[in-house]
Design a protein around this ligand. Structure first.
Ligand SMILES: O=C(O)CCC(=O)C(=O)O
Length: 632
């Protein structure tokens, strides 16, 4: 299973030694029905697997998806052309992890326990006979075709049921006892899907499907709630053909007859576990599977609402709102099978075959979003300063808008040690009106495709494949290498009108409130759909001027500041030092290089929101070392 077992044995060999595994594999003849080039694409568009880490995705008490990757656990196997797959449950492998920047420790492999989260979920799924989806990646050796031949990183095999579950010992160099307990699961292809898409055997493959013992009666009482994704009650115990299962004379628990050398107790809590019956000696590592154990035994149909293919995207929702959470999710291209992230604002586009589906929505007036309650409403209205942060909140300042008798106000936060200031210039009726127009102009130009809001690849992340930011953005003016670089930048003279309006407003508002004439030559506009956000980061573009200022539009957002990790290495001590509520029409200004050098910030909107952040960046600044951008 994924990123799992590193322990290996110099003495042990897999039950079925797959010599072919090390030979070049034949290329895929065509694209699989459902495939992706990154884990993010799968998690954002395939409801059966939403786990960014690990190989077991569980929800509502059972496993929905199970991901097979590098094949290094002993006796993991791919049998009957992939209709039977044997794999170990997740976790407890040898693991290296960072305890603080630059310092990593290696944790030895440990025994898996029946109560481990993944093992328990797999066991429950087995006991309830709930089908689940198996996925593989290009590192899963037993798969007979080369996924890389078509640039496929991950693909969906199909629905399977767990037909056997047991435990084994496996050699481990990192564990002092020299071995660890691993829970193993045998997955069987659900036959009513037809033959697997990679199938090369005969169409009526009776030999592979040969059942050397009676298949269990298909008298299961399955109560299916049509509206739910999984059956609500499955009153059937897992299939246990009597001839395969024997009760241990020591623990009285049944174990299957897995290996040719004979039946052994496979209950790790029993003192006869992994030992020859009536002897104290352990069985060897070199084992072969009992052919009867590899027989297909479960032929029950899938519950009626089990479908693999994701629902098509809703291109013209009834209420016209196209910024709801579901619209931030990816889609499945019916032309080539590719799962992909939603990366463009105005349409869905398959990155493989370029098939494009336009989205038609309404322009949302800001007043439908501004009243959304912020989650911290009960605790504070505008801002919260952590008492030990050393940050000083100054009394509110007043200013008069240019050409108007209307007064505005702002709040300044002074950072300790001369590191800088943060000013929140608050919105009022006039500022709201100005922001309303810019907000609508942004939406019009984005949906017309004259302003290209895109999700750009993160430069640094821990996932395989590309990982896109969790917000859409467009850059105007000087190139901003941190997000999208030159591909995401249009010069100011070609910039969309909405961006230029936001730019002018930011400069004007700072002058009105603080009396300072700051000039900005770059604007990064960010658009957030429901539940999207910008992760913690600091603006440390080479050549960046000391003042960064942003205009907020749409739903309110929380902006949190905390110290950079290099100043507070212990994660539990890295608390939020300052939180500021950003409302429609507010301008937030960070003043002083220290704000970026000592702190990082994140912005978490409550719903659909657009922000324009203006900076001064030295023209023609050179990026001479790789930039690390964690701004997700
Ligand atoms: O206001 C926002 O949405 C985030 C702006 C920001 O942090 C940035 O562009 O670096």
């Amino acid at each position: 299973m994924v990123e799992a077992q590193k322990e290996s044995s110099s003495s042990g060999v897999p039950a079925v030694l797959d010599v072919a595994a090390h030979l070049p594999k034949p290329p895929l003849k065509e694209y699989p029905p459902i495939w992706a080039q990154s884990r993010q694409e799968v998690c954002e568009s395939f409801k059966w697997f939403r786990s960014y880490q690990g190989g077991v995705y569980q929800k509502d008490g059972s496993v929905k998806g199970y991901f097979l990757s590098a094949h290094s656990a002993q006796r993991d196997s791919f049998e009957c052309g992939g209709k039977i797959i044997i794999s170990h449950g997740g976790g407890k492998s040898e693991n290296s992890y960072l305890i603080r920047p630059g310092v990593s420790v290696t944790r030895a492999a440990q025994d898996q326990q029946a109560q481990d989260l993944s093992v328990r979920a797999l066991m429950e799924t087995y006991q309830k006979s709930v089908p689940l989806v198996l996925l593989i990646d290009d590192k899963y050796e037993p798969f007979p075709f080369d996924l890389n031949s078509k640039d496929v990183y991950m693909t969906v095999l199909g629905f399977y049921r767990i037909i056997h579950a047991w435990a084994e010992y496996q050699p481990s160099r990192s564990n002092a006892s020299g071995r660890v307990v691993r829970y193993k699961f045998a997955f069987q292809w659900c036959e009513d899907q037809g033959q697997p898409w990679w199938w090369t055997g005969p169409d009526e493959d009776t030999s592979a499907m040969d059942v050397s013992q009676e298949a269990p009666e298909s008298s299961a009482a399955i109560d299916v709630d049509e509206t739910a994704m999984i059956p609500t009650r499955i009153t059937m115990s897992p299939p246990q053909p009597p001839s395969l299962y024997t009760n241990c004379t020591t623990c009285d628990k049944a174990s299957p007859h897995v290996f040719t050398l004979g039946w052994v107790c496979l209950n790790p809590d029993c003192r006869s576990f992994w030992r020859y019956p009536n002897f104290h000696r352990m069985i060897p590592d070199q084992l072969e599977y009992n052919p009867a154990f590899l027989s297909l035994i479960d032929f029950r149909p899938l519950p009626p609402n089990y479908t693999l293919a994701p629902d098509p995207p809703v291109l013209a929702p009834k209420d016209g709102i196209v910024t709801a959470y579901e619209h931030s999710r990816g889609w499945h291209c019916l032309k080539c099978g590719r799962l992909s992230c939603r990366s463009a604002w105005e349409h869905y586009q398959c990155p493989n075959c370029q098939d494009t589906q336009k989205i038609n929505g309404i322009i949302r007036p800001a007043n439908t979003l501004t009243a959304i309650r912020i989650p911290t409403f009960d605790k504070f209205y505008d801002s919260q300063v952590e008492p030990n942060s050393g940050i000083q909140r100054l009394p509110q300042g007043l200013f008069q808008h240019l050409g108007s008798t209307l007064l505005g106000n702002y709040q300044t936060f002074v950072l300790p040690g001369g590191k800088g200031k943060i000013h929140l210039i608050k919105s009022n009726r006039l500022a709201c009106d100005e922001a309303d127009k810019i907000f609508e102009a942004y939406q019009q130009q984005a949906s017309a495709g004259t302003l290209h809001f895109r999700r750009w690849p993160l430069r640094s992340h821990k996932l395989r494949g590309q990982c896109l930011t969790n917000y859409f953005s467009q850059n105007s003016g000087e190139t901003y290498h941190y997000v999208g670089g030159a591909d995401n930048t249009v010069p100011f003279h070609l910039a969309p009108a909405a961006v230029l309006q936001a730019h002018n407003l930011i400069e004007k508002r700072i002058f009105e409130a603080l009396g300072k004439r700051h000039k900005f030559n770059e604007v990064l506009s960010a658009a957030y759909m429901e539940k999207q956000k910008m992760a913690f980061h600091s603006d440390s573009e080479r050549g960046l001027g000391p003042v960064v200022a942003g205009l907020s539009m749409g739903s309110p957002a929380l902006m949190h500041f905390r110290a950079l990790a290099k100043y507070v290495p212990r994660t539990e001590q890295r608390t939020t030092l300052l939180t500021v509520v950003l409302r429609h029409g507010d301008v937030l200004m960070m003043e002083g290089a220290g704000v970026q050098d000592f702190y990082e910030h994140t912005v978490v909107p409550t719903n659909f929101r657009i922000a324009a952040t203006a900076r001064w960046i030295e023209p023609h600044h050179v990026v001479d070392e790789p930039l690390v951008n964690r701004r997700g």
